[in-house]
Design a binder for this molecule. Structure first.
Ligand code: NAP
Length: 491
């Protein structure tokens, strides 16, 4: 497969994909001066360069963030709103460049990256609006026995102060903005630690906020390995809130270190889609063929498991297989590519290893599952028992596991039969089964008539069980990044 652009174009784009750390409103080299190349998962070439922060940079960054928080919390909400709207305009204007950056460092097809980049401005605007909605309550204190009308009580919603945001590689723009946008809108300073594989998108977005007028220290970006920087960021007493999206194993470590501060964890998943008698099979197959393979299956709400009722399973597979086989692997920048590489060769090796183990455990590989470098061809694996690791563990790759069930109750039991609970989808079934599914599936979102792979940026979003706790979605995030103070005036 050939490189997406000529050497000259790559050199040209590289100039604006080379960054220091953003601290105290300035771009600085890391202490010690280390830098790391960012490489394309498609062909391994260098597509940018970032500074590699150290623990000493963390300390300095948090000092700067405290100063930034003091300024930003005193900035009136209408000014924050105006600045964030300027940032949204800049993000809109730069959407194509952002999309190229996403594809270069993440490997997803350019069309998918454009979809992500073009949501950026709208997401910032939604967050900006929520920052103007920090309402409180007036308290009817005299309804409390023994309290007269000499007192007035109300609540104030205030920013928490310094927020640490740690983000994964799979949606390098959206998952950054779901934290940075609401944090800033609510008047907090935010310290962002993006994934080491995809820092360039985060840094491009940070520039947008700086150019829009976010003051020094209110936004900080530290690039470097989470394993080195994470503990210092998470455990520091100056940090009042940690917002983490990533794997369950890192989430567990963060929860054990954070101490007394607010914490949101958006973690892993093994999301089910139920296909029941009465389902529109064509619609279900089309949605699964998209939802299992978008971003090479590296989506927390990817369709990992299809729980098919025996009466519809054969029809579903007949409709699904040609759609999956029509997915086109290739150069993320080439027209018509619908499946790019995984983020790294070792991830592709892990995914084909999981498929091979599922087959050893008795499942059948119907199509796909071949590796070429960081690519894995889109796979369907049938006959998967929910208890097998292929269903139990998050796959994060372009394959779905089909489990056969004989009743609605068995479908619900299978859906709930993993440690995770992020999102689920249901096709078919009766109205009463739909109502039971929405009540009985243990997941943070349940989609009737679609797969779990759907998100509106304003809806509450977040998992149950090992998928984490806390909710994102601009309104929820603003709530979680603010604190309620109760004020009583004693007359
Ligand atoms: P990851 O390995 O957990 O990394 C996520 C972030 O944590 C990265 O910035 C990483 O930095 C950092 N990190 C690593 N070790 C750390 C430590 N000890 N302390 C603090 N931070 C640390 O996850 P990933 O591979 O990037 O992303 C895939 C995972 O994210 C999947 O499990 C997926 O389900 C989950 N995810 C969940 C949601 C959701 O909404 N629930 C959304 C998207 C993704 P480095 O990159 O430098 O290691």
């Amino acid at each position: 497969m050939s490189a997406p652009s000529s050497g000259d174009q790559v050199r040209a784009t590289q100039n604006d994909r080379s960054h220091g750390l953003l601290m105290d409103g300035e771009w600085r080299e890391a202490q010690g001066g280390a830098r790391a190349e960012i490489r394309s998962p498609f062909d391994g070439r260098a597509v940018g360069e970032v500074a590699v922060a150290t623990a000493a940079d963390v300390d300095a960054a948090l000092g700067g963030a405290e100063r930034g928080a003091a300024v930003w919390r005193r900035t009136p909400a209408h000014e924050r709103f105006a600045i964030l709207n300027r940032a949204a305009e800049l993000a809109d204007a730069r959407a194509e460049h952002l999309a190229e950056t996403i594809s270069l460092e993440n490997g997803k097809p350019l069309a998918e990256a454009l979809g992500e980049a073009r949501r950026s401005g709208a997401l910032i605007r939604l967050a900006a609006h929520e920052g103007t909605q920090l309402y409180g309550d007036s308290l009817p204190l005299d309804a409390n026995p023994g309290t007269g009308q000499d007192k007035v009580g109300f609540t104030l919603r205030q920013p928490v102060g310094v927020v640490v945001a740690i983000t994964p590689f799979n949606y390098p723009a959206l998952l950054v903005l779901h934290k940075v946008g609401p944090a800033l809108a609510a008047g907090n300073a935010v310290v962002l630690k993006p994934a080491s594989a995809t820092p360039l998108t985060a840094l491009a977005l940070a520039s947008v906020f700086v150019e829009a007028g976010v003051p020094a220290g209110a936004i900080t970006v530290l690039t470097g390995p989470g394993g080195t920087l994470g503990d210092a960021l998470v455990a520091d007493h100056r940090v009042r809130k940690v917002s983490f999206t990533g794997s369950t194993s890192v989430g567990r470590r963060i929860a054990s270190l954070a101490g007394v501060k607010k914490l949101s964890l958006e973690l892993g998943a093994s999301s089910p889609t139920l296909v029941l008698p009465g389902a529109d099979i064509e619609r279900a197959a089309a949605a699964i063929a998209a939802g299992g393979y978008v971003n090479a299956g590296q989506v927390c709400i990817s369709v990992q498991r299809v729980i098919a009722h025996r009466d519809v399973e054969a029809d579903l597979l007949d409709a699904l297989r040609p759609k999956v086989e029509a997915i086109r692997m290739g150069d993320p920048f080439a027209d018509g590519t619908t499946l790019g590489p995984l983020i790294a060769v070792r991830e592709a090796e892990r995914v084909v290893g999981s498929i091979a183990r599922a087959v050893d455990d008795g499942a059948t590989l119907v199509t796909g599952g071949a590796r070429d470098g960081a690519f894995v061809s889109p796979a369907i694996v049938t006959g998967v028992d929910t208890r097998q690791p292929f269903a139990q563990e998050e796959l994060f790759g372009p394959a779905i596991a089909v489990t056969t069930v004989d009743s609605f109750d068995a479908a619900i039991e299978a859906a709930n039969g993993t440690p995770y609970g992020l999102a689920a989808g249901v096709f078919g079934g009766s109205l009463s089964e739909g109502v039971r599914a929405m009540r009985e599936i243990d997941a943070g979102s349940v989609h009737l008539g679609w797969t779990p792979l759907w998100r509106a940026d304003l809806m509450p979003y977040g998992g149950f069980k090992a998928s984490g706790y806390g909710k994102e979605g601009v309104r929820s995030t603003v709530e979680e990044m603010t604190e309620i103070k109760t004020v009583i005036m004693h007359g």
